[in-house]
Design a protein around this ligand. Structure first.
Ligand SMILES: C[S@@+](CC[C@H](N)C(=O)[O-])C[C@H]1O[C@@H](n2cnc3c(N)ncnc32)[C@H](O)[C@@H]1O
Length: 383
C-alpha cells in the first residue's frame, strides 16, 4: 500500500475539507489533539485550529497556506493518528515506522437514514457534512453538519432553489452581486445563498433579507455577525410600504413570502431592473377573495377547493403576464415535488428588456370581467 505524507493529504483535501482531527502525539509535550474546521471570515474561507492542552482548548484561525505550514512543521510524522473528512470522503491515517502514514478508508461520507429516504441517489449542490456553521445556529444542521430531521424538507427546497440559481449562473463571470430576499423569515435560504455566492463562487456579495418579524431579524443579524458574513444583513420592514434598498439590485428572491408580499417583491424587481427573479409564491388569496362570476371561468367558482386552486394559478399566470410585458422572459417551474411542499411553483424570470407584450392589457380585461384585484397588476398599471 502506498504510504503518504500527511501535509500532502491535507493539502489535497483543503478545498472541500469538513474537518480534520490529529491525535496521539509521539511526544508528551505536544498538544494532545488538534481539530481543524473551516470557517467563513469576512467572506473568505479560513481554518480554525483547536489545540487540546490538558483540560484547556486553544484556538487560532489560519489561512490555508499557514495551516499547511503548521502541519508540515509541527504535526506531520509527530502524531500517530489523523482523520481527514471532506465533503466527499472520510479517511483515516496511521503513522508507520518510516514517518509516513498508511491510509485506510477514503469511503464516501455516510448519510443518515433521514437524508437518504426519498432522494437516495440525489447529489445536492450543498451537501450534508459541508461545514456551514451558520446552519448549525439556525437549527438546520446538527453540530457535526448533518441535516436536522425536522428540517429535511426545507433543506431540499433550499437546495433545489440554489441549484436553479446555479444553472442561471453557469459560465457567468460576474464578480459582484446584490440580492434582496423578501419575507426571509428564519432565513435558511438567505444564509445559504450568501454561502453559495461568497464561498462557492467567490463573489463579492451583498444580500439583504426583509421581514416583518423584528425578533427573527435580530436573531439573523446576530448569526451573520458571529460568522463574519459582512455582506449579509437583515432589515425589519414591511415590504408593502417601507422604503427599501435604493442602490442597484441584481436579483430578487422570495420563498413562500405571504400572499401579496410576492407582488411587492416582483414590482420592486421590475422597478429596479433586476436581472434575475426567483420567486416561489404562497397563500395567493387576493383573487379568490375578490373574484365574482363573469364568463367561462364561472365553472371554476362552484366548489371552494377548485375556486381556491384556480385563483392561485390565475394569480401566478397574471404575474407572468405582467413580468413579460415589463421586459422579462418567464418560466414556470415545479421547483420541488408536490409531496415536499404543495407550494412548489417557481416563477423564474430573466430580464431581456423586451417590453410591451400586451400581457397587462390581457390581464386587466380578465380582472374587469371577473371583478378581482391583483396587486402586481395594480402596481404595474402605469408605464
Ligand atoms: C412562510 S414565511 C417564509 C420564510 C422564508 N422565506 C422561508 O421560506 O423559510 C413568510 C415570511 O414572510 C414575511 N412577510 C409577510 N408579509 C411581509 C411583508 N409585507 N413585509 C415583510 N415580510 C413579510 C413573514 O413575516 C414571514 O416570515
Amino acid at each position: 500500500m502506498k504510504e503518504r505524507n500527511l501535509t500532502n493529504e491535507l493539502s489535497a483535501a483543503l478545498d472541500t475539507l469538513s474537518k480534520a482531527v490529529i491525535s496521539q502525539p509521539l511526544e508528551k509535550s505536544s498538544d494532545a489533539k488538534l481539530s481543524v474546521r473551516p470557517l467563513l471570515h469576512k467572506g473568505r474561507r479560513i481554518f480554525q485550529v483547536e489545540a487540546q492542552r490538558g483540560a484547556q482548548a486553544f484556538h487560532q484561525n489560519l489561512e490555508g497556506e499557514a495551516l499547511l505550514r503548521l502541519c508540515e512543521s509541527e504535526w506531520d510524522g509527530r502524531y500517530r493518528q489523523a482523520l481527514i473528512v471532506t465533503e466527499e470522503a472520510s479517511a483515516q491515517y496511521s503513522l508507520r515506522q518510516n514517518g509516513l502514514y498508511k491510509k485506510s478508508g477514503g469511503a464516501a461520507v455516510p448519510r443518515p437514514a433521514a437524508a437518504q429516504g426519498h432522494n437516495r441517489e440525489k447529489q445536492y449542490l450543498l451537501r450534508e457534512g459541508e461545514a456551514i456553521p451558520a446552519l448549525v445556529d439556525l437549527g438546520v444542521f446538527t453540530a457535526d453538519y448533518q441535516i436536522v430531521k425536522a428540517r429535511y424538507d426545507k433543506y431540499r427546497q433550499i437546495n433545489r432553489f440554489v441549484e436553479l440559481i446555479d444553472q442561471a449562473f453557469a459560465g457567468s463571470e460576474e464578480k459582484t452581486i446584490t440580492i434582496l430576499d423578501f419575507g426571509c423569515g428564519k432565513s435558511y435560504l438567505t444564509f445559504i445563498l450568501y454561502y453559495y455566492f461568497a464561498v462557492k463562487r467567490s463573489m463579492d456579495v451583498k444580500i439583504i433579507g426583509y421581514d416583518l418579524k423584528a425578533d427573527v431579524v435580530e436573531h439573523c443579524n446576530a448569526i451573520a455577525e458571529k460568522y463574519g458574513y459582512t455582506g449579509l444583513r437583515f432589515v425589519h420592514a414591511d415590504v408593502s410600504k417601507d422604503v427599501l434598498y435604493g442602490e442597484r439590485v441584481d436579483m430578487v428572491v422570495t420563498l413562500h413570502a405571504c400572499d401579496t408580499a410576492t407582488d411587492y417583491a416582483l414590482h420592486y424587481a421590475i422597478q429596479k431592473g433586476a436581472k434575475h427573479i426567483f420567486s416561489v409564491p404562497c397563500c395567493q388569496h387576493e383573487i379568490n377573495g375578490s373574484m365574482h362570476r363573469g364568463g367561462e371561468l364561472d365553472v371554476f367558482l362552484r366548489h371552494g377547493i377548485i375556486r381556491e386552486r384556480m385563483a392561485a394559478l390565475l394569480t401566478d399566470a397574471i404575474r407572468a403576464l405582467v413580468l413579460e410585458d415589463r421586459g422579462y422572459a418567464v418560466d414556470m417551474i415545479e421547483f420541488t415535488d408536490f409531496d415536499n411542499t404543495p407550494k412548489n411553483l417557481m416563477i423564474r424570470a430573466r430580464r431581456t428588456g423586451k417590453t410591451g407584450t400586451a400581457g397587462r392589457a390581457e390581464a386587466r380585461a380578465l380582472a374587469d370581467r371577473y371583478g378581482f384585484t391583483q396587486t402586481l397588476l395594480r402596481l404595474e398599471a402605469e408605464d
